[in-house]
Write a protein that binds this ligand. Structure first.
Ligand code: MOS
Length: 727
């Protein structure tokens, strides 16, 4: 189905199933521990052996020698593969260095060997017997050192990634009020619960990977590229994923080494990355240095805005685009954004939940707070004053906003949160030893969509089965797809089964960039429409004109049960037309936070958080709320505690486990609330729905930072905002 113009009224506008809070249909499997994750799929193939990966002990240089003889002779060992004896594999999508092979070491904990044994313990013990000698080379590990405040570092294609409108320099120089501030955000780890894990089995030329991956079709293509085989011979299966956050967008060493090891051992092999490899072998969110300059009139109206962002990556690959939200959030005629990328020899940087915007808001939304103080305005009033016109996106004036209700988010949030009780002057509210403060931030995250297909089957007993290679990364995809199919086919939710994550199924948009919900439900809808037509044709109805209710098809006074059509199947995908290029399709939020800061120790306690979100039709308020609340926790973590600590001498992340990499827990945020506006975005898809999972991490951390400033009067611009920085 082509979606080529904004959607008019449709069946979801009167929906009974889509838009209703529905517990996740995979919930019981998850909460009883019976959802089989990749490493636990003991029954998919017999005779599984265990692989254990050895990571490089240097960040840069080469392997001089590797002695695997003791490991090969160890009990239970079936095979050892050694990088120096293996030709480097190809790079797949999103891999910034080959995942295995050769003597060159590109980053710390790059896989250099893999031992396969009958048991996990035998594989691990034998791995410890491998003796490797390295020749260490000097590397570049310090972003601040590699990327000074002038645009020396290169952007994409060797050129600064820069956009300009009007004349920033002149307007900034002339502005009566100026903000010029530098913010830093650290490297961050996805730190998902389920590590990257794969079981690989060969059957002749055919390779099957039972794995944990967000983007099945990308993974299938990448495995072909990496191994130099026909992707048609690769199958990925990933029905349950214990968190991805972008870390599982691309195949990693577990999948590649499991495939190579299974070939070497002539046995199916399973590998889970041990936790330290999660930090240094896979990808992470790049650290950023951001400089923001804002020029405004004394009335608070922005006349000039510049946002520059420095980040680094292996081989000068893409960095973290901290400026991503800046063209869309605030009006202002004279503008500049630029990204500069330094080459660093740290582990690969890549996408992590709301790549770009998540750290970008930590800078921009604090700079806006600083401007509000400088002009003596309430920060909400300042944002509303600088709200752009719907017909012209400030940084991309040839685009208009598809549907934007940020002002409503801020106003309704202020009312709900009790914003009027905030003291504009910082450091005024105190309860015993606790300094109390409130902060606000706006949130923006794009709402992309991608081609997404599905196959819908009508069973002889009237049940509906949806098959698509779409994934559920803990987001609720199973449930919203089932709701969409139930509504479109006119059957109760319990009569719908959803099967996901198998590359033998029609290709979907996958899970990433918060495009999954909007795209995969639209694709399910498109395939259901095809099935309605097929049923109509079989039973002598116009499938487009007929209504499908209560397991029956009705038109022209005639009604037949769907079961009269017998078993039928139809397949289609949603494709999005070029008309979307004229629109900035975004999601918006007003984020609020109240903190208490210990006046003596600097310890921060979040007391409550609120998000008011504008994301079009909310397909399932229960799972959407869960997405946003989880994202708020992650954003609070980015503000207060998350940081991969770089060893700048040896070039690795030191705190490579969940004891040293701190993330918030429930007790850290006693009260969280999330509300959705009742908006519809007719441009995004026939469902009029947008994603929320990444919107939720754009802004809350800045609201935390602004609340701490309001409590203490101390502005710390280097994240995480740990207590030592307030003493
Ligand atoms: Mo997201 S970082 O595209 O999973």
């Amino acid at each position: 189905m082509e979606f080529n113009a904004p959607a008019g009224t449709n069946l979801f506008d009167q929906s009974k199933i889509v838009g209703k809070s529905t517990p996740r249909i995979d919930g019981p499997l998850k909460t009883t521990g019976t959802a089989p994750y990749a490493y636990e799929r003991h029954d998919v193939v017999a005779n599984q052996a265990y692989g254990y990966i050895v990571g490089a002990a240097i960040a840069k240089g080469r392997i001089v020698s590797m002695d695997t003889s003791a490991a090969r002779a160890a009990p239970g060992v079936l095979a050892v593969i050694a990088a120096p004896e293996t030709k480097p594999v190809g790079k797949g999508m999103g891999n910034n260095a080959p995942l295995f092979g050769g003597s060159e070491v590109a980053h710390y904990h790059q896989a250099v060997a893999c031992v396969v044994a009958e048991t996990f313990e035998q594989a691990r013990a034998a791995a410890g017997l491998i003796r490797t000698r390295y020749q260490r080379a000097d590397g570049s590990f310090d972003l601040a050192g590699a990327a000074p405040a002038a645009p020396l570092a290169k952007g994409r294609d060797g050129k600064p990634d820069q956009s300009t409108l009007g004349d920033f320099a002149t307007a900034f120089a002339a502005a009566p009020v100026k903000i010029d501030a530098r913010y830093t955000t650290p490297d961050e780890s996805h730190a998902m619960m389920e590590p990257h894990a794969t079981i690989a089995a060969w059957e002749g030329e055919k390779l099957t990977l039972w794995t944990s991956n967000q983007m099945i079709a990308w993974g299938k293509g990448s495995m072909g590229q990496i191994l130099g085989i026909d992707p048609a011979n690769v199958r990925l299966d990933s029905p349950y994923i214990g968190g991805g956050f972008g870390g599982k967008l691309f195949v990693r060493a577990d999948a590649v080494l499991a495939a190579l090891a299974a070939k070497a051992a002539a046995r199916p092999v399973k590998i889970a990355l041990q936790r330290p490899l999660m930090a240094n072998n896979t990808s992470h969110r790049h650290a950023t240095i951001q400089r923001i300059r804002i020029g405004a009139g004394r009335d608070g109206r922005i006349t000039a805005i510049a946002h520059e962002n420095w980040s680094g990556n292996l081989n000068g690959e893409d960095g973290e685009n901290g400026t991503a939200q800046t063209p869309s959030l605030y009006a202002g005629a004279n503008r500049m954004t630029a990204n500069y990328i330094a080459t660093l020899d740290l582990p690969e940087g890549n996408a992590m939940r709301a790549p770009g915007e998540a750290p970008g808001h930590l800078a921009l939304e604090v700079a806006i707070d600083e401007l509000a103080e400088a002009v003596g305005m309430d920060p909400i009033a300042l944002r509303i004053l600088n709200e752009p016109k719907p017909e012209a996106v400030p940084g991309t004036p040839d685009q208009r906003f598809s549907d934007r209700n940020l002002v409503r988010c801020l106003r309704e949030g202020a009312e709900r949160f009790g914003w009027s009780k905030r003291s504009a002057k910082p450091g005024q509210m105190r309860e015993g030893r606790w300094l109390i403060g409130m902060g606000v931030a706006a949130g923006y995250r794009g709402a992309p969509t991608g081609t997404s297909g599905a196959r819908i089957k009508l069973e002889a007993d009237g049940r509906i089965i949806v098959e698509t290679d779409m994934t559920d990364i803990g987001t609720g995809t199973y449930t919203i797809i089932a709701q969409t199919a139930a509504e479109t086919m006119g059957v109760p939710l319990e009569r719908v089964s959803v099967v996901l994550g198998d590359s033998d199924f029609p290709v979907s948009a996958g899970s990433g960039g918060q495009w999954g919900a909007a795209s995969s439900t639209a694709g399910t809808y498109a395939a259901c429409v095809a099935l309605r037509r097929a049923i109509g044709q079989k039973l002598g109805f116009d499938g487009d004109a007929a209504s499908f209710v209560n397991g029956q098809i009705t038109a022209g006074g005639r009604t037949r049960p769907l079961t009269d059509a017998g078993a039928l199947s139809a397949e289609d995908s949603i494709k999005f037309g070029d008309f979307k290029r004229g629109y900035d399709i975004g999601t918006y939020a007003g984020h609020f936070c109240e903190v208490a800061v210990d006046a003596y120790t600097g310890e921060t306690r979040i007391r409550r958080m609120l998000a008011v979100c504008d994301a079009g039709r909310v397909l399932n308020p229960l799972s959407a709320r869960s997405q946003v609340v989880g994202a708020m926790v992650m954003s609070a973590g980015a503000a207060l505690m998350e940081e991969l600590a770089v060893d700048k001498r040896f070039g690795f992340f030191v705190n490579h486990d969940l004891a040293g990499y701190e993330v918030p827990v429930h007790a850290d945020i006693p009260h969280q609330e999330c509300l959705f506006l009742d908006t519809l975005d007719p441009v995004v898809s026939p469902m009029k729905a947008k994603g929320v999972g990444e919107l939720g991490i754009c802004g809350p951390g800045a609201a935390v930072a602004n609340a701490i400033y309001n409590a203490t009067g101390i502005r710390v611009r280097d994240y995480p905002l740990t207590l030592d920085k307030y003493l």
